[in-house]
Design a protein around this ligand. Structure first.
Ligand SMILES: Cc1cc2nc3c(=O)[nH]c(=O)nc-3n(C[C@H](O)[C@H](O)[C@H](O)COP(=O)(O)O)c2cc1C
Length: 332
């Protein structure tokens, strides 16, 4: 797949997820084979105010490339200045515009998926961003419409293409649907048929079988994966094998899981500091540690550990136990 002039090795992409796809998690997914990683959404207002917390969300490592930074906002001028600032200060490979966020706090201000109710505003925002960063491709991530009565697919496809957008990701739920019901993949097919830029399908891909089915049923150029990768960066390893027609790699051992938790934890502490890093890791532990005997016990200890030292202690216990289990299995 090519996005503008950018060649993408593997068309399997890590979805932007607020509070999840910070650089520690993105690095792990990239190492497992994700073809592009996206930042969580970043406020254009915060960017032009040079708010340090906001700018912290944009930081990335060279090894993550190709990386897209996703921004949201409702004012074309602010979006234009913000994307220019991001390019000048950080040099990402892609700027992505968020037209998918359904959260009222965001849509009430006219940002995120609110643009699906006003396609002229969407045109203005998109054109402003495309013009401000001619050096790199601009992509868009969107939902299928505000509600079932106002679906904007396929109309937006050629509209965005004519403005100069280089790829569109579609999560085919409506804003009103939030995360309920099912993603309607038919809209991905309709969008694909309506424009010639790459279309990236997203929504309800839980495993590699779903991924292959999405490619087949919709003709999409790439598949973006969100929730299925949480606590499971190995998703991308499996996906690459499936795309190459190879047998699935062996599932991660308990020891692999424990060591990945430890690495993720270290990266988070380095990136976010002790307090925020350890709080964020609680959520990640509950995603990693499930589906094996004794998981709930270890999970409980890690998630409820009152401070950094006791969290480290619980993690060391988990690592020790994972080695013991591996030894026992090796003897069988
Ligand atoms: C915790 C969480 C945070 C999310 N944050 C964002 C975001 O910042 N930007 C965005 O475009 N979508 C965001 N999404 C939506 C995902 O990118 C994706 O479209 C959605 O989860 C459907 O894909 P999936 O079924 O593979 O999870 C978020 C989803 C989750 C679960």
């Amino acid at each position: 797949m090519k996005i503008g002039d950018l060649k993408i090795e593997t068309p399997i992409i890590l979805a932007p997820m607020a509070g999840v796809t910070d650089y520690p998690f993105r690095i792990l997914c990239k190492e497992m084979g994700a073809g592009i990683v996206y930042s969580e959404f970043v406020s254009a207002d915060g960017i032009i105010r040079e708010n340090s917390k906001t700018l912290g969300l944009i930081r990335f490592e060279e090894s993550e490339r190709p990386i897209g930074i996703q921004i949201f906002g409702s004012d074309p001028d602010v979006m234009s200045k913000a994307s220019r600032f991001v390019f000048d200060s950080f040099r990402p490979d892609i700027i992505d515009i968020n037209y998918g966020c359904p959260v009222p706090k965001v849509t009430k201000k006219g940002a995120g998926s609110a643009a699906l109710q006003d396609l002229c505003l969407m045109d203005d925002i998109t054109a402003a961003v495309v013009e401000s960063v001619p050096e790199i491709p601009v992509t868009v991530k969107m939902r299928s419409g505000w509600s079932d009565n106002s679906i904007v697919i396929p109309e937006v496809g050629h509209r965005l293409e004519n403005i100069g957008v280089k790829a569109v990701t579609l999560h085919p739920r409506t804003t009103k649907q939030r995360y309920t019901g099912k993603a309607n993949w038919n809209y991905i097919r309709e969008l694909k048929d309506s424009c010639s830029i790459p279309v990236i399908g997203n929504g309800d891909v839980c495993n590699t079988e779903d991924m292959m089915r999405m490619f087949e049923e919709t003709g999409c150029d790439g598949v973006m994966v969100g929730r299925a990768a949480q606590g499971n960066p190995w998703f991308f390893k499996n996906a690459v094998a499936a795309l190459n027609g190879e047998n699935p790699p062996p599932p991660p051992s308990l020891y692999d899981i424990a060591m990945t938790c430890a690495r993720h934890f270290d990266l988070l502490l380095e990136n976010k500091g002790e307090r925020t890093g350890s709080n964020m890791m609680r959520k990640h532990f509950s995603n990693y540690i499930k589906g094996f005997p004794g998981a709930s016990n270890f999970r409980q200890r890690l998630v409820t550990a009152p401070d950094l030292d006791s969290m480290r202690e619980a993690l060391d216990m988990f690592i020790d136990a994972s080695m013991t289990v591996e030894d026992q299995l090796a003897e069988v």
